[in-house]
Ligand binder design. Structure first.
Ligand code: ADP
Ligand code: MG
Length: 478
C-alpha cells in the first residue's frame, strides 16, 4: 500500500498535520528547525537542535507526534531523535546521539529495545555472556550533563554532595543505593548523568550504565519474549555502577520489580554502586513491593527541591554564558522571577525567547520576554510572583530590596512595602500570611491593613495614585 517514500516526503506530510494542530508561533519555534534525516524500517529519524528541544517536544507534543507517525508510517512506525549536542567550548565537534521515543506498543524485533542498540559498534549481542567482563558497554551518559554545570544551591546541596562522594568512592560509601528524588524538571536526570560522568572519569576501567526504568522494563519484556531472561540478568549483574532513572515507573509492574530486586541484591552484595532517581520519596511510592522499597531506603535518599531565586538566576546565567548568548540582565532576572517551580521550564523559556528573537528578528528585551512568558509558559507559571512584585516596586522607588524586607519603619520604605503587599494581594493567589512573611515577616493583619491604606490613598492622594497606575503597568505581564 505504502509507496516508497523518503524521510523528506514523510516529514513533509507530518508537518502539514502539525501545522493545523499547533499555533503558528509554536510551529515556527519547535517544528520548522527540525530536519528529517533518515527513514528506515519504519523508523523516521529527525534531527533536533538540542537536548532541550527534544525534551520539549516529548513533553508537549508527544501525543500529537505519535498519532501522526502512526498515520504516516503505520502502527509500527517509530520516531527517533538525533540530537546535535553543542558543547560549551568552542572546539566542539558536533555529534549526534539517538533517543528513540518510547513506544509501548509491542515491538516485533526483540533487538530493538535491548542494550544492543546502545552498543551498535562494539558488540553484536550484549546478552551473549562469554568474555563477560570484556564487553564494552556504552554508558549512555549525556556529556552535557556534568557536575560542573549543575549549579549548587540550598535546594540540591545534599544530593549534589552525596553524588560527588559516591562518584569518588563508588560502592564505598554508605550511600548505596543513592536515591535522588524530587518533582519534574528539578535536575534528577542531570545529576544522575553527572555522577556517572564523574565516576567514569575517576574509574575509566569500570562499567557504568545509565538506563531509564522505562527502558529497563521494555528490555526485560523483550528478553522474556525471546527467552533471554538469563542473559538480561547477567548483563545487568556485570555493571559496576548502575544508574536507573525514574524508578517510580516500576510501580505495579511486579515481574520487572522482581528481576530488578535480584539484580539490585547481586550488585549491592558485590559492592557495586546503585543510583536511583524517583519523582517521590520511597514512603510515598505506590504499587511497589515492600522488599524493594526497604532496599531503596538502605542508602541515602536525598531530595531536590524547588530552587530559590538566586539559584534560578545562577542557572540562567551559566546557561547564557555557556551558549554565548547576549542577553540584558533584567531579561534574565525577569525570567527567573517569573518561572519559579521548574528548571526545565526556565530553560525552555530562555530557548523560546532566543528562538522568538531570531525568527522574528526582534531584539531580546523585557518587552519580548513578557510577551513570550504570556504566550508560552504554562498557566501556573504565569502568575506574577511576590518576589517579582517586590523587585519592581523597589526598582521604582530606588530602594534596596533588603530594606523592604527589613523591619524599618521609615516612611518611604513603609509605603513601598505596603504597595508590594497590595499588589501581591491583588495580583497573586498568595495568602495574606504568605505575603506578610515575604515582606519582612509581618502577619496577615498587617497585610490587610496595608491593602486598606493603599486603597484609601488611591482615592485621596493624586501623586500616590500615579504610583499605583505606573506600578500596575510595570508589574502586569502583558
Ligand atoms: P528531572 O529529571 O528532575 O525532571 P532534569 O534533570 O531533566 O530534571 O532537569 C531539567 C533541566 O534543568 C535540564 O536541562 C537540566 O540541565 C537543568 N537543571 C536542573 N537542575 C540544574 C542545576 N542545578 N543547574 C543547572 N541546570 C539544571
Ligand atoms: Mg528526569
Amino acid at each position: 500500500m505504502v509507496k516508497e517514500r523518503d524521510q523528506v516526503s514523510v516529514w513533509g506530510a507530518c508537518l502539514k498535520v502539525i501545522k493545523d494542530n499547533v499555533s503558528s508561533q509554536a510551529y515556527r519555534t519547535w517544528f520548522e528547525p527540525i530536519i528529517p534525516v533518515k527513514l528506515k524500517s519504519g523508523i523516521l529519524t529527525i534531527q533536533v537542535p538540542s537536548q532541550f528541544f527534544y525534551e520539549w517536544l516529548e513533553e508537549h507534543y508527544i501525543t500529537l507526534l505519535k498519532k501522526i507517525i502512526k498515520k504516516e508510517l503505520g502502527p509500527k512506525g517509530r520516531l527517533e531523535y538525533s540530537i546535535i549536542m553543542e558543547s560549551s567550548s568552542t572546539s566542539s565537534n558536533p555529534y549526534t546521539i539517538k533517543i528513540p521515543t518510547v513506544d509501548r506498543t509491542p515491538i516485533k524485533n526483540p533487538a530493538v529495545a535491548m542494550p544492543i542498540d546502545l552498543n551498535k559498534d562494539t558488540i553484536r549481542n550484549p546478552f551473549v555472556i562469554p568474555g563477560l567482563k570484556k564487553i564494552k558497554v556504552d554508558s549512555q551518559l549525556n556529556p552535557a550533563y556534568t557536575l560542573d554545570n549543575f549549579i549548587e544551591g540550598d535546594c540540591n546541596r545534599l544530593a549534589r554532595s552525596a553524588g560527588y562522594a559516591v562518584a569518588e568512592k563508588p560502592g564505598g560509601t554508605s550511600f548505596n543505593p543513592l536515591l535522588i528524588y524530587g518533582g519534574a524538571g528539578l535536575g534528577k536526570t542531570h545529576l544522575a548523568h553527572a555522577i556517572g560522568i564523574q565516576m567514569k572519569e575517576r574509574y575509566p576501567e569500570k562499567t557504568v550504565l545509565y538506563v531509564t526504568a522505562d527502558r529497563f522494563q521494555s528490555q526485560f519484556v523483550d528478553a522474556i519474549r525471546s527467552n533471554n531472561k538469563n542473559d538480561f540478568v547477567h548483563f545487568y549483574q556485570m555493571i559496576d555502577f548502575l544508574i536507573i532513572d525514574d524508578v517510580q515507573f516500576f510501580s505495579g509492574k511486579e515481574k520487572t520489580q522482581d528481576v530488578f530486586f535480584h539484580i539490585f541484591n547481586h550488585l549491592h552484595q558485590t559492592g557495586k554502586q546503585l543510583i536511583l532517581t524517583a519523582d517521590k520519596p520511597p514512603i510515598e511510592m505506590q504499587g511497589m513491593e515492600q522488599r524493594l522499597l526497604s532496599r531503596f531506603k538502605w542508602g541515602l535518599s536525598a531530595d531536590l527541591q524547588v530552587p530559590d531565586l538566586e539559584t534560578r538566576i545562577a542557572i540562567l546565567d551559566t546557561k547564557i554564558k555557556m551558549d554565548g548568548i547576549e542577553m540584558p540582565k533584567d531579561v534574565a532576572e525577569y525570567l527567573a522571577y517569573s518561572i519559579t517551580s521548574n528548571i526545565r521550564e526556565l530553560q525552555g523559556a530562555l530557548i523560546t525567547l532566543l528562538a522568538q528573537s531570531s525568527f522574528n528578528k526582534k531584539p531580546i528585551n523585557l518587552e519580548l520576554a513578557k510577551a513570550m512568558i504570556d504566550k508560552f509558559v504554562k498557566n501556573t507559571a504565569r502568575e506574577v510572583s511576590i518576589d517579582y512584585i517586590q523587585k519592581v516596586v523597589c526598582d521604582y522607588f530606588d530602594l534596596p530590596i533588603e530594606l523592604l524586607k527589613s523591619k524599618t519603619r521609615k516612611r518611604d520604605v513603609v509605603q513601598a512595602r505596603q504597595l508590594a503587599m497590595y499588589f501581591s494581594k491583588s495580583m497573586t493567589k498568595s495568602s495574606l500570611a504568605k505575603i506578610g512573611m515575604h515582606c519582612g515577616g509581618k502577619d496577615h493583619a498587617t497585610v490587610l491593613h496595608a491593602c486598606r491604606t493603599v486603597n484609601n490613598l488611591i482615592d485621596t492622594d493624586k501623586q500616590f495614585k500615579t504610583y499605583v497606575t505606573d506600578l500596575q503597568k510595570k508589574i502586569s505581564i502583558e
